[in-house]
Write a protein that binds this ligand. Structure first.
Ligand SMILES: [Zn+2]
Length: 175
């Protein structure tokens, strides 16, 4: 059994009849009741936060996948929420920080294995300007945080393709 979603979507979530996953359309189709379920990329948000010494704020993941690995603050966008609202909510939940300003920086595709299935996300990255770090603490899905020098981050140690590519771009911008 491979991790391809086509192997994990066999029965209709509405009527429980057997259906099939169309790999080309990335959709599950039930031929009994007509239910279609599209496996689109999920939207996630990622925060780039620098302190006054130009050190980057990164977090240690307190959840799977990649428990304990270095990552950016962020998370999934909830249904009905804007990416900006999700970004502000996530850094409040994870670090108790409130940004003065956030601005769009880029978007990065990501793919990872979770509960045996490949999950696709689009990580929307915001640069978050924060002047007050006095409340900074690790909460929620985060087991710790650290301030790092971008040039010293070992890309090979990073858990996700998107995180690796964000760091690479930050390192390129510093050159
Ligand atoms: Zn059905």
């Amino acid at each position: 059994m491979t991790s391809n979603p086509a192997n994990h979507f066999k029965y209709c979530p509405r009527c429980a009849a057997r259906g099939n996953f169309d790999e080309k359309e990335k959709a599950f189709k039930c031929h009994s009741c007509g239910f279609h379920f599209f496996l689109n990329s999920s939207t996630a948000v990622t925060a780039i936060i620098f302190d006054w010494n130009e050190r980057l704020l990164m977090v240690r993941r307190g959840i799977e996948p990649h428990y304990g690995k270095l990552d950016f603050p962020g998370g999934f966008v909830d249904p009905g929420e804007s990416a900006e609202q999700a970004m502000i909510r996530e850094i409040k939940e994870e670090l108790d920080l409130v940004p003065d300003k956030i601005s769009y920086w880029g978007s990065f595709p990501n793919e990872y294995l979770y509960s045996g299935t490949i999950v696709n996300t689009t990580d929307i990255v915001f640069k978050c300007i924060i002047s007050d770090f006095s409340k900074l603490k690790h909460l929620d899905d985060v087991m710790d945080f650290e301030f790092v020098n971008v040039s010293e981050v070992d890309v090979k140690q990073l858990p996700f393709l998107s995180v690796q590519n964000i760091i690479k771009r930050l390192q390129d911008e510093q050159d």
